[in-house]
Write a protein that binds this ligand. Structure first.
Ligand code: HEC
Ligand code: HEC
Ligand code: HEC
Ligand code: HEC
Ligand code: HEC
Ligand code: HEC
Ligand code: HEC
Ligand code: HEC
Length: 457
């Protein structure tokens, strides 16, 4: 259990002395400006912590002040959770820092995985481990064309995909990290202890704050851009506009499970709708809850029908949960009206756009006018990819989250335009009977070997 026996509250003496600004005035010379010399914050531990744990804080207050300052502000420090409680390495840990061992004889592990956090937060870690976030590497390796056909290389992956999705963290023979895989805080990072994910994707170290994760910026670092512009969509929505106008005055810090619409805040954030406990809907660390559609897929389906990672949820139950969130601030009619329109937008995308375009593409493959050896090496393959992966998602997400500019101008409008482009190339290939040009794709040298952790099946 936690050691709550502390004798005095740790105090940080903030002696921000406004330094005297001196001017060395000399008749002959120009005036020189002497920079101020503010006193730095000092950290004192006046608590019952072990000698080893105390040493971490004392030495790191010099070595890496930012880390100790964040920790000192955190709920963890308040509850007497020390550096050692998270970083102490177990005997079997692969990731013991060798260089650290040379100057400090306590074995520490630089990675603090969800398994480490689960010692004290078992519920959050268990929910998280079931989520698409935690399992994303397995999901994307099951079907993603960039990875499975090696269409991008390792530097493109480590600075792009893996930054958001996570890397498989590898140690080198000399006990240091393989720099291709570390540092990394992607949502589905595979840790040396086998656990999946990184809790600091949303709760950055060393504050590990619940308020940070409740703000949309915590999600927007990954949920942005042409293919999943949720943060842009949010900013455009009335909810986002209210957040920007008034969010500074809201209470972000209320205790878990007690963050209340109408009391602590008056417009929802990503967290309110997808994760926080609201109006009888329990807090969750599994973001597939509350979803009725798998609207990022080429053809929109139910989450339980998503083959690479079928959810165990029933879409009707999840839709009710999401509606209950809305009902904290809206009427039933308003809420039902929104979802009625959203479901019709999904149908419109599936039937009017995706299915007919897919039919043309399938025909071209069948007639060998498109080459199916590799994905994404012909112009039309790129057009079809952007059709569902960019414009098609924007139309659906814009309709889901109240952003008319994304639903129409960045969505259905561009789908029309791209449809015509696909049709133009289709007509041309059918008319000439000449197969489409296959390009030599630059940088298409990535490994196609699936990571070891998923090889069993
Ligand atoms: C005598 C000073 C000193 C003490 C005591 C000390 N550290 Fe460090 N620590 C450092 C320095 C210097 C570095 C950066 C160089 C390195 O990685 O060895 C560092 C690095 C680290 C890292 C990052 C390692 C990496 O590979 O990225 C962690 C985590 C860490 N310390 C945690 C701790 C913990 C936990 C304790 C207490 C058990 C502790 N330190 C005690 C000086 C110290
Ligand atoms: C609640 C758990 C927790 C506590 C308490 C904690 N850390 Fe960490 N620390 C982490 C996590 C998580 C990371 C990021 C590594 C990762 O992604 O697994 C980290 C990273 C670090 C790093 C490497 C960061 C970098 O940018 O190079 C250092 C150094 C470090 N911690 C030192 C400390 C020190 C010193 C303390 C105490 C003042 C401390 N930690 C307390 C969880 C913790
Ligand atoms: C040794 C036990 C322990 C470990 C290990 C631990 N925590 Fe905590 N954590 C606590 C306690 C105790 C609290 C305070 C609960 C409270 O104030 O209600 C807390 C609070 C939190 C909060 C809420 C902070 C807030 O602003 O209200 C978050 C988020 C959190 N921890 C994340 C983590 C993460 C992520 C890890 C792993 C990197 C971790 N914790 C590791 C014990 C621990
Ligand atoms: C900026 C962060 C970011 C980068 C970079 C990124 N992704 Fe993603 N990816 C996401 C997010 C966020 C989603 C979830 C989209 C949604 O649900 O709207 C996603 C979804 C996916 C999916 C769909 C998963 C599903 O459940 O259907 C695949 C596959 C995928 N990404 C693969 C990749 C690959 C491969 C790369 C690199 C070539 C990459 N991503 C680069 C953030 C990123
Ligand atoms: C995708 C972003 C995200 C990730 C990753 C994440 N959290 Fe959270 N976490 C949140 C949000 C949002 C809340 C706020 C819920 C609320 O409003 O109470 C939260 C709240 C918490 C709390 C406060 C208690 C509660 O349930 O509200 C703890 C403790 C916590 N998280 C621990 C963890 C741990 C441990 C991990 C890793 C296993 C983790 N989180 C990973 C977003 C995340
Ligand atoms: C570090 C990057 C990152 C952060 C931060 C992040 N996500 Fe994600 N998110 C992803 C990726 C990657 C996926 C796609 C996972 C997959 O399907 O393989 C995803 C998928 C999702 C999904 C779709 C789940 C499904 O079943 O299709 C939702 C909803 C979601 N995230 C919500 C959030 C919320 C809310 C936050 C902030 C509290 C957040 N995410 C923070 C990267 C991130
Ligand atoms: C007002 C509530 C609300 C807010 C705020 C909100 N969302 Fe959503 N989100 C929804 C609804 C409703 C859906 C569609 C649910 C369904 O499947 O029926 C959705 C869908 C999604 C999806 C698509 C999942 C999939 O694969 O189909 C992702 C990803 C997502 N939201 C992430 C976010 C992020 C990130 C933010 C903040 C930047 C955010 N949401 C803000 C309500 C909200
Ligand atoms: C915390 C309270 C809160 C929650 C929860 C909430 N909303 Fe809202 N919503 C508002 C407020 C406030 C407005 C602004 C009303 C106005 O225009 O005066 C608003 C506006 C809207 C609008 C109007 C958008 C426009 O541009 O005219 C729609 C549609 C909407 N919400 C749908 C939803 C749906 C659907 C959900 C649940 C997925 C939801 N809201 C959840 C508070 C909330």
């Amino acid at each position: 259990m936690l050691s709550t026996k502390y004798i005095a509250i740790a105090c940080c003496s903030i002696v921000a002395v406004a330094a005297v600004v001196g001017f060395a005035a000399d008749d002959e010379e120009e005036k020189t400006y002497a920079p101020p010399d503010p006193k730095l914050k000092s950290f004192r531990i006046e608590r019952d912590v072990s000698e080893d744990a105390r040493e971490c804080i004392t030495c790191h207050a010099d070595e890496s002040r930012g880390i100790v300052a964040d920790w000192a502000e955190s709920r963890h420090a308040h509850a007497n959770i020390t550096c050692l409680d998270c970083h102490q390495a177990g005997a079997a840990d692969e990731d013991i820092s060798q260089s650290h061992f040379e100057h400090d004889k306590t074995a520490i592990s630089p990675i603090v995985s969800p398994k480490d956090c689960s010692r004290c937060h078992p519920a959050e870690a268990a929910e998280y481990s079931k989520s698409k976030h935690a399992n994303t590497l397995e999901i994307i390796w099951k079907f993603d064309p960039w990875l499975n056909a090696g269409m991008n290389n390792s530097i493109e992956r480590s600075t792009g995909c893996e930054h958001c999705h996570g890397s498989v963290v590898k140690m080198q023979k000399d006990g240091t990290f393989d720099p291709e895989t570390w540092p990394n805080v992607g949502v589905g990072r595979v840790n040396p202890d086998g656990s999946k994910g990184s809790c600091s994707s949303c709760h950055t170290r060393h504050l590990f704050s619940v308020s940070e994760s409740r703000k949309p910026e915590a999600c927007g670092q990954c949920h942005l851009g042409p293919d999943h512009p949720q943060i842009e969509i949010y900013e455009e929505s009335k909810h986002g506009a209210i957040y920007h106008a008034q969010g500074d005055e809201w209470n972000w810090d209320s205790a878990p499970g007690t963050w209340t619409p109408g009391v602590d805040y008056r417009a929802p954030t990503c967290s309110t709708c997808h994760m926080s406990g609201v109006n009888g809907v329990a807090t969750t660390h599994d973001v597939t809850e509350r979803l009725a559609w798998e609207s990022q897929a080429p053809l929109t389906i139910r989450p339980s029908e998503f083959k690479p990672f079928p959810s165990k949820t029933n879409w009707k139950t999840e839709r009710e949960k999401m509606k209950n969130v809305c009902l904290a601030c809206h009427s039933q009619t308003w809420t039902d009206g929104h979802f009625d329109r959203y479901d019709k937008a999904i149908e419109n995308y599936n039937e009017v756009y995706y299915k007919p375009a897919k039919k043309m593409i399938d025909q071209l493959y069948a007639k060998k006018l498109l080459d199916d050896e590799k994905p994404l090496d012909q112009e039309l393959e790129f057009d079809m990819y952007e059709f569902w992966h960019h414009e098609g998602r924007r139309a659906r997400f814009g309709a889901a989250m109240m952003a008319p500019d994304y639903a129409w101008w960045h969505g259905f409008y561009e789908l029309k335009q791209r449809y015509m482009e696909i049709e133009r190339q289709y007509d041309h290939l059918m008319k000439t009977g000449e197969p489409a040009k296959v390009h030599e794709v630059p940088g298409a040298t990535g490994s196609t070997e699936k990571p070891a952790f998923m090889r069993e099946d």
